[in-house]
Design a binder for this molecule. Structure first.
Ligand code: ADP
Ligand code: MG
Length: 395
């Protein structure tokens, strides 16, 4: 495990904390503040112990230059409301004015620096920016697991110049994923869906080694069904996806993990809220029809497998859950997980959005904010933002 803020002295220290405040904004307001809330435990802990908290985050994709729409002001304002304490926001990331503001901080103060990606050096992990930011602080805390697959100045580079430890959100994400990969409770059931097989080939491989059952849904399932010779009608299946699915099927046949595919599908001729739908056998999608959700028989089978699981990991919706006629498969999986007595972990931008939409996030043991980072971690990749953190001596 990595060292965390618990393992270091923070009283009176200037603590540079990389958080993930990359939240959706609309008309200058924060629409979904879950990422800001996720950073609160670390920020509060440091404040209570007399640390001076300097926050760093990116927001959106500015083109290596300041973009007025992507300033962190609305985020800082929202943070101040959540903390019930003043939060000072600066219009710059580094330089003399920032140094002066930091020098004026008192224990417990919170300062938000400007969007890290306004500076072209951020993504290049440029040592000169590392130098300028490191000068502001005594220690560096990384609490942005979701950005840890990037080797940028704020996510990794700062560890070259400052003692580096994990924040509580980072720790929580690592513990959940480590637990799942190192010693999952059995039977370990993995549900994979979503848009493209090619994005998740390595994740499928990893779980064929690790899981007891792999339940496939979403558009991904169609590549598998087609690879088995099924008729998929007008469903979108990428050519490379077919090869990937065929390879995964071959590996599954020699794996002790049982791979399940849908037996029935919800199909429609158009992708719309008012589309007329019908349910067909999985390998018999009529010409001109698209498969847009798993059928109710499949959903019931998957729910039953989930109910019996010691641990469940779920990534990727079972259908186009954004539209009501195709949301039931995804809802069934979410509800089965919510009711499952085993450990339940959900990861992935759209899957997490689905769980939130159904109001079931609180019923899960862990809802990963990790997105791409959690999938890379599961694949077995070393995440630069995690690698650079100090290790705890093993107990
Ligand atoms: P996550 O973000 O959870 O990792 P993905 O990004 O891989 O998930 O996929 C999510 C998208 O997949 C959703 O927008 C959903 O509408 C789409 N999707 C799921 N099933 C289908 C399907 N059968 N046909 C087309 N799109 C699908
Ligand atoms: Mg997604």
């Amino acid at each position: 495990m990595k060292k965390t803020v618990r393992d270091i002295e923070v009283a009176d220290k200037r603590v540079l904390v990389r958080v993930d405040f990359n939240v959706p904004l609309k008309d200058g307001q924060v629409v979904d503040d879950s990422r800001i809330r996720a950073a609160l435990p670390t920020i509060q802990y440091l404040r209570e112990r007399g640390g001076r908290v300097i926050l760093l985050s990116h927001l959106g994709r500015p083109k290596d230059a300041p973009d007025p729409a992507l300033r962190l002001d609305p985020v800082a304002l929202h943070l101040a409301q959540l903390l019930g304490a003043p939060v000072r926001k600066l219009d710059e990331l580094c330089g003399p004015s920032v140094e002066a503001a930091v020098a004026a901080m008192k224990p417990g103060d919170v300062l938000v620096l400007e969007n890290t990606r306004f500076d072209p050096r951020e993504k290049k992990n440029d040592p000169s920016l590392v130098e300028e930011l490191a000068r502001l602080a005594d220690v560096y805390v990384n609490d942005a697991f979701s950005a840890a697959h990037r080797a940028h100045v704020s996510t990794a580079g700062l560890a070259m110049k400052l003692p580096a430890v994990a924040g509580f959100q980072m720790e929580k994400e690592l513990l959940a994923l480590e637990g799942l990969l190192a010693k999952p409770q059995r039977p370990f059931v993995v549900v994979l869906g979503g848009a493209k097989v090619t994005d998740k080939v390595k994740v499928i491989d990893r779980f064929l080694d690790l899981a007891d059952r792999l339940l496939i849904g979403g558009a991904m399932a169609l590549a598998f069904l087609k690879a088995q010779g099924g008729e998929v009608g007008a469903s979108k299946v990428e050519e490379e996806g077919l090869e990937a699915a065929a390879a995964a099927l071959a590996r599954a046949s020699s794996s002790r993990c049982e791979l399940s595919l849908p037996t029935d599908l919800v199909v429609a001729e158009e992708l719309s809220e008012s589309a007329e739908t019908k349910v067909v056998a999985a390998k018999a999608v009529p010409a001109g029809w698209m498969a847009l959700d798993i059928g109710s028989r499949t959903a019931a089978l998957y729910a039953e497998a989930i109910a019996q699981a010691g641990e469940v990991f779920w990534n990727g919706p079972m259908g186009v859950f954004e539209l009501a006629p195709f949301a039931e498969g995804t809802r069934a999986v979410a509800e089965a997980m919510a009711a499952c007595p085993g450990i339940t972990v959900v990861g992935g931008g759209d899957s997490v959005a689905a769980v939130n939409k159904f109001g079931l996030a609180e019923k899960m043991d862990h809802v990963s904010m990790g997105g791409g980072a959690s999938l890379e971690y599961i694949e077995g990749a070393a995440l630069p933002g995690v690698e650079v953190l100090a290790d705890r001596e093993s107990e």
